[in-house]
Every structure is written in C-alpha cells, then in structure tokens.
Design a binder for this molecule. Structure first.
Ligand SMILES: *Cc1c(COP(=O)(O)O)cnc(C)c1O
Length: 316
C-alpha cells in the first residue's frame, strides 16, 4: 500500500523531470462561485496530463535490464503518452495498446515519442489480456494506468505541490477514473491538511466510483459512453479504492452536458488548452457551488489533450 512518504520520495525523483505546473485563478470564476479557486494546471504538464508523474516515477524504479527489454501499457491516451515519453527519456522502449476510438491527437502524440502502438476495440476486446500476452512474449514490464503503488505515489505529487504553494484549502476537487490521481492526492491531504474535504468527480454515465463508495465494494460497470474519455474506466483499483473509501469526502457526478459547458468555458478563462476529462473537477465545483461559497477551493485540471472543441463564453 502506498503511503504519504512514497509521495514525498516520488516528488524527489520527479524533481527536474516533471514540470512544477502553474496554479492559476480566474476573477470571473471566483465571482461566479463566490469562492477563491486555485486551479492546478496539470494540463500544462509534460505529455499534457498529470499521468507523466506516475509513469516517470514507476519507470525510474524499474531495474536497468527491464528498461532495456521495454515496457507496455494499455490506455485511451494520456497514460499511453506519458509512458511513451517516460520510456524515451529513460532510454527504454514502449509498446502501447490503444482503443480504435482513442482521440486522434492522443494517438499521434503517443506515436511521436517513438512508441509502438497496437489498436483494439474498446467495447469488445479485453485490453488487459492483450497487453499481458504481449508483455509475456516479449518480456515487457506492464505499467498500469492507476492500480500500482508507484503510479499512485507519483500522481499524488500534483496535490503535494498545490498544498505547498497555496497552503490551506477547504475543499479540493479532481477528476476520477480508476482513482490513481484521487488516491495519491488523498495520501497528501490526509497527512498535510486533514481538514480539507477532497472530492472525486465522475461522468454520470460512468459512476462506478460513486456506486462503489455507497455500497462499500468495488462496483464494475460496462465501459461508459461519455466525452470524458480519460474517465471511461470500469472499476476503481484494488489499491486506490481502500484509500478513497478511507479519506474521500464524497464522489460527485456531472452529466456530459454540464461537462461540455465547463470545458468550453474553462480553457478560455485559464488561457490554456483543456480536455473534457480534465474539467471534471471544475464541473463538480460548479455543481457544488452553494457548499463552496466563501471557501478556498483547489481544483486539479488533469489534462489538456483534446481533439479541437470550439471555445464559447460561459453560460450565465
Ligand atoms: C487518466 C486521467 C484521469 C483519471 O485518472 P485516474 O487516476 O484514472 O483516476 C483524469 N483526467 C485525465 C486528463 C486523465 O488522463
């Protein structure tokens, strides 16, 4: 089980490799919410998402012989790109299993780091089985997207930087897929700011996390249809779930319409590219507006690798 100390040591390993991403704010959003909101811009991380943190941390802990044989990953995009980039930086090679309907920009960026890409059908084929078979045949180490102690510890470093930079927060919201980002962040908040209420935000169509929290067991769902392609996971991780169960304030859901609105306004207001999955935390903050009034609120913007979405002003 990963612990706070693992996040601290991940931060040391990542120093000089991952970017210390900016924390931005928007007077328009602060006025609209009646709160002070700090956005941790992981959409500006290397590879366009926080996933670089977990991937680089995990790869850098592998033995040199393993890096020489190579690594493998399955992902709809951001983890793929992160593993491909980390492999390139560490002199390894990456094989990535990606769905046929992954956003074109994510496939292109992954290929640009020199990774070998294998496509599969997200709704019919088992990506884990495909990856395992490849890994076994070729001696590759699988780097899972969320359910791995080193991945969780790496992802936690974004929240660590946010708390270091802005101090006390009353609430912290972020996207929830398999729970690597949320579990890592909770290890940090539990230790440094136990009074901060931390929320995971899921697309309504893929609310396995919320169902799991309510029922006390990891609920598995069919691959959800949602514009939040980075949160199309079917089930929380074995490692992430107990941490989430122990420390999360709640798991919220937003509809794809709410998420699309949030996505269309956030990129312009923060003046940087955002992708729908990356805006789940902000969409959750909008839905929690009354409870957040007068509070200091952190929001992790988790990624910015979207196929183009036309920008429009926020709704009144
Ligand atoms: C992977 C990803 C998520 C979900 O992260 P988990 O650790 O699986 O919960 C959220 N946002 C973006 C942009 C992602 O790439």
């Amino acid at each position: 089980m990963p612990a706070f100390e693992d996040v601290r040591s991940a931060a040391e390993i990542l120093s000089g490799h991952a970017l210390r991403t900016p924390v931005r704010s928007s007077p328009i959003i602060d006025a609209a919410l009646g709160a002070t909101v700090f956005f941790k811009c992981e959409n500006l991380q290397r590879g366009g998402a926080f996933k670089f943190r977990g991937a680089f941390h995990t790869l850098s802990k592998l033995p040199q012989e393993q890096l020489q044989r190579g690594v493998a990953a399955y992902s709809s995009g951001n983890h793929a790109q992160a593993v491909a980039l980390a492999a390139k930086l560490l002199g390894s090679s990456a094989t990535i299993v990606m769905p046929h309907d992954a956003p074109a920009v994510k496939v292109r960026l992954t290929a640009s780091h020199g990774a070998r890409i294998i496509r599969y059908d997200r709704y019919r084929e088992d990506r884990i089985a495909i990856t395992r078979e490849l890994a076994e045949k070729q001696g590759l180490a699988i780097v899972p997207p969320f359910d791995h102690a080193d991945v969780i510890a790496g992802q936690g470093t974004a929240a660590l930087e946010l708390f270091e930079e802005v101090g006390d927060l009353d609430a912290l919201l972020m996207p929830l897929g398999g729970g690597g980002l949320l579990a890592g962040s909770l290890l940090v908040s539990e230790k440094l700011r136990p009074g901060c209420r931390v929320y995971g935000v899921e697309p309504l169509a893929g609310n396995d996390g919320q169902q799991s929290l309510r029922r006390g067991v990891r609920v598995r769902i069919d691959t959800p249809q949602t514009i939040a392609d980075g949160a199309q996971t079917q089930q929380l991780g074995e490692l992430s779930f107990p941490i989430i169960q122990r420390a999360v304030a709640d798991i919220l859901t937003v509809t794809d319409d709410e998420l699309l609105d949030a996505t269309r306004s956030l990129g312009g207001l923060l003046e940087c590219p955002v992708e729908p999955t990356g805006c789940l935390g902000y969409a959750g903050a909008l839905s929690l507006r009354d409870a957040l009034r007068g509070k200091r609120v952190g929001v992790i913007v988790s990624g910015g690798n979207a196929d183009a979405i036309a920008p429009v002003p926020p709704r009144q």
